[in-house]
Design a protein around this ligand. Sequence first.
Ligand SMILES: [Zn+2]
Ligand SMILES: [Zn+2]
Ligand SMILES: [Zn+2]
Ligand SMILES: [Zn+2]
Ligand SMILES: [Zn+2]
Length: 121
Amino acid sequence: MKKVIKSKLCCHSVDKTRCIECYLMGIPCSSICIHTRQKYHCKECKILGLGGKNICEHDRRRTDCKECKQNGTGGVSICDHFKNKYYCKICKILGIGGKGLCNHYINKSMCSKCKNKKIAN
Ligand SMILES: [Zn+2]
Ligand SMILES: [Zn+2]
Ligand SMILES: [Zn+2]
Ligand SMILES: [Zn+2]
Ligand SMILES: [Zn+2]
């Protein structure tokens, strides 16, 4: 058995670049901002111009923002039906998305029918 490569994880078994505890201990974490948040998702950093790249002008995650999709500046996770691409039934039917849904059009991880199948196998 090979040992898991542990160099990516810190002593708290968290991704080194994202560990808030390490940051508080004075170990630099490239993804943590001065507000001890994930830099890309920090609204305060966005206001200061230091980060918050994933936050749009509507205070949402840019990739998930419907308004950003409408004005063409984001919303890559949103489909043409203004749903999350990954969980859009119409997209699944059209074969262009809905990968998060099972054949019963239910969230894969939530579908009891699929779970039963797995146990049966
Ligand atoms: Zn840590
Ligand atoms: Zn911040
Ligand atoms: Zn937006
Ligand atoms: Zn869709
Ligand atoms: Zn299912």
